[in-house]
Design a protein around this ligand. Structure first.
Ligand SMILES: [Zn+2]
Length: 519
């Protein structure tokens, strides 16, 4: 399946679209302000040692000095006491899951604690020290650092100062030891020298030897470059940051099927060529600068598809439509026939609609990046061969997804259950938030319901308090209703409680918001 990759770059946001057969299948985006510093490696300079707190302030070139605790200082000493920390960083296009949390199989066990050398005997003011950000600075607090470096690849995390091979606990125990043995074999250096430790990420479960070797080579090369930079650069400089989205695209998305990678920024195209020549030479020939008149995402109407991927309803060419609902627990997809279906060809129409739906659903799952449990309610089919054919088509379409999916057959209720591995956040979560007016329910109380809530509330207040006057502050629609259709009810209440009730329209209020002011 031939594939084209389009990159739309702007200083605030990078957007990537994967196009197959003329239609966008995947969208990835990264926002500059949301990247953070976690995982960045700096050549720091010790600016102050605090023996009382067993910590030090390190200058890494930011406004505020960063913080390093003795436990995060020396890998060899600290490793005997605690399992190594791995910074949590989204580093992969195919999997933004954090580097595996410790403990991992094969990580050092907690031994009898050795006395740790006090910090003032390990580092001194003015000393240059390689450090990595564990936690972003927040407010007045500086970044939290570690001297135990870890570099995240696509499948592996490299621990250059360590020698252990670990496997994430999330990988089933039955596979863990075999994977570990494989990794020991694949990461062994020719001369048998100690060459750093590796942790296998959960998304490496099904990786081939070649993929693992590629990632190992990439990580070792990156580490070499960091070490070289540390000898050339002055203290308080950035030595390495996790790959940006464009670089991850080259590493994770480009395959033999990729025809072209087009990017609409000349400068970024140049930078990407530089990166590709060093780390992914096979991709250099595919990189093109797009200088067309039309915005690059207009070429395949990608913005329209993104907008559609945020709505519940997806129209099918056959006249039917899908309704996709994403909840915290699962995603449901309901397939519907559109309008009137003639009785004569009913079975055929249903069958054709379901076949088209199978294709559309597989595409929407990728486009929306929906993970977890998905339940599909195809239109009921009478014939077994129709059901089989729809399931076969659905399986075939899902097989094109780079994210792992599992699918069952039709349940007794006629539903198809499937799972899709959770990777990055879904498109809806990245681009939208629950509606403030309805708190995400998708509906708000009618203006009339709100009017009646207000009338009841005034009655309650009038029993408890004795103001001169009540004033209703509400949305324009609610106030309008009180001035018009609900006027008699408001006047009746005013008579009943013997107090004037005035109205004030507040255009910033949502329909359900109101305030009752006692004057
Ligand atoms: Zn709403």
């Amino acid at each position: 399946m031939s594939q084209d990759i389009l990159i739309n770059w702007s200083p605030q946001e990078t957007r990537v679209a994967v196009v197959e057969q003329g239609a966008v299948q995947e969208v990835h985006l990264e926002r500059t302000l949301e990247r953070g510093l976690v995982g960045n490696i700096y050549l720091g300079k010790v600016s102050r040692v605090l023996p009382g707190m067993q910590s030090a302030f390190i200058d890494i070139g930011l406004d505020r000095a960063a913080f390093l605790h003795v436990a995060d200082l020396m890998p060899n000493i600290a490793a005997k006491h605690a399992t190594p920390r791995v910074p949590v960083a989204a580093t992969s296009v195919t999997s933004a899951e954090p580097a595996p949390a410790m403990p991992v199989n094969g990580a050092p066990k907690v031994l009898t604690p050795n006395p740790v050398l006090p910090i003032e005997r390990q580092i001194f003011e003015g000393q240059a020290l390689m450090v990595q950000v564990l936690k972003d600075p927040i407010g007045t607090k500086g970044a939290r650092l570690t001297a135990q470096i870890s570099i995240a690849g696509r499948l592996l995390v490299f621990l250059p100062q360590d020698n252990h091979i670990g496997v994430s606990q999330k990988i089933p125990p039955a596979q863990r030891e075999a994977l570990r043995q494989r990794l020991v074999r694949l990461t062994a250096t020719a001369d048998g020298s100690s060459a750093g430790g590796f942790i296998l990420r959960t998304n490496a479960e099904d990786a081939t030897d070649e993929e693992l070797v590629d990632d190992t080579a990439y990580l070792r090369k990156t580490w070499l470059r960091i070490k070289e930079a540390a000898t050339r650069q002055p203290p308080a400089t950035l030595l390495h940051e996790d790959l940006n989205l464009m670089q991850r695209v080259l590493r994770d998305l480009v395959s033999a099927d990729t025809q072209s990678i087009r990017i609409d920024s000349r400068e970024q195209h140049g930078l990407l060529i530089g990166f590709a020549s060093e780390f992914m030479p096979d991709t250099v020939a595919k990189l093109q600068h797009y200088s067309g008149e039309r915005p690059i995402f207009d070429l395949f109407n990608i913005d329209e598809d993104i907008a559609r991927a945020l709505s519940r309803r997806v129209d099918l060419k056959s006249g039917g439509y899908l309704v996709i609902d994403q909840t915290e627990a699962l995603t449901t997809v309901d397939v519907n026939t559109g309008g009137f279906v003639g009785a004569r060809n009913f079975d055929d129409t249903v069958f054709r609609t379901n076949l088209e739906a199978a294709q559309a659903i597989a595409r929407q799952l990728r486009l929306r990046n929906l993970g977890g449990i998905v339940i599909v309610d195809f239109i009921d089919m009478v014939r077994d061969d129709h059901r089989e054919a729809v399931l076969t088509e659905f399986r075939k379409q899902l097989a094109r997804d780079r994210v792992k999916t599992m699918i069952g057959g039709f349940s007794q209720l006629g539903l198809v259950e499937m799972t899709r591995k959770r990777t990055r956040e879904s498109l809806a979560h990245m681009l939208s938030e629950p509606c403030e007016a309805c708190a995400g329910r998708g509906v708000v109380k009618t203006a009339r319901s709100v009017c009646y809530d207000i009338l009841r509330e005034i009655l309650r207040e009038a029993r408890a308090f004795n103001p001169r006057e009540f004033r209703v502050v509400g949305s324009p629609k609610v106030v309008e209703l009180f001035l018009d259709e609900e006027r008699a009810h408001l006047a009746g209440l005013s008579d009943f409680i013997g107090k004037p009730i005035s109205l004030q329209s507040e255009s910033s209020m949502t329909q359900e918001q109101y305030d009752i002011v006692l004057l």
